[in-house]
Design a protein around this ligand. Structure first.
Ligand code: TMP
Ligand code: MG
Length: 211
């Protein structure tokens, strides 16, 4: 099984540059957890299914232009519109494996030159992750992966700046996994980190981001 009865679920976030392998690893992790009988859902941000998410998606595909601060607030709003559901899922015992969250929000916008503190402010009050796993891949390596360059931010020089901001956001929930290792090795490391996290946060109350 997975955790005790009546305990809350864990909020686990995977972060990393574009094409760092997050989405594949999220899928593998989710099927591992479900296979163990664990109550777990896979989420991702941006959630492109909502109307806010569709505005973000068009912007990323270069089909629309938006002011930098405006799009920053849309990304944040896209998390806020899911906060209620996120809280009820976690409290009812569902572990959430989330592909990108607030750290993406801050790192990508700050890399465009927006003020770091201004970028953090709208994230405050969202649910704080229990564990953030950073898949560490060199921007040059990520760029060799399939589909690179399709969306707005997939440029090596920009991604290097994003990586620097990610590093500046590390806190006690942050774990780095070398994303250039073989997929199975990365998968194994994620399983260990997440299994431990789910057990440890059983008795801990949910917290809010306070950046
Ligand atoms: P995706 O490829 O994971 O769907 O993410 C799309 C892009 O959006 C990716 O380049 C990261 C960026 N992003 C932000 O700029 N701010 C955010 O808050 C999030 C969640 C993603
Ligand atoms: Mg992408």
């Amino acid at each position: 099984g997975c955790g005790g009865k009546g305990g809350r679920g864990a909020l686990v976030v995977l972060e990393g540059l574009d094409r760092s392998g997050k989405s594949s690893q999220c899928a593998r992790l989710l099927s591992f957890l479900k296979g163990k009988g664990c109550d777990a859902d896979g989420w991702r941000f941006p959630d492109r299914t909502t109307s806010v998410g569709q505005m973000i998606s068009a912007y990323l595909a270069n089909q629309s232009q938006l002011d930098d601060r405006t799009v920053h607030l849309l990304f944040s709003a896209n998390r806020w519109e899911k906060r209620g559901l996120m809280e009820s899922k976690l409290l009812s015992g569902t572990t959430l494996i989330v592909d990108r969250y607030s750290h993406s929000g801050v790192a990508f916008s700050a890399a465009k030159g927006l003020d770091l503190e201004w970028c953090k402010a709208p994230e405050n009050g969202l649910i704080a992750p229990d564990l953030v796993i950073y898949l560490d891949v060199q921007p040059e390596k990520a760029a060799e992966r399939g589909g690179y360059g399709d969306e707005r931010y997939e440029k090596i020089e920009f991604q290097k700046k994003v990586a620097d901001y990610y590093l500046s956001l590390r806190d006690s929930t942050w774990k780095v996994v070398d994303g250039s290792l073989p997929m199975e090795t990365v998968e194994e490391q994620l399983r260990e980190l997440v299994t431990k996290c789910i057990q440890e946060c059983q008795g801990k109350p949910l917290a809010n981001l306070a950046w």
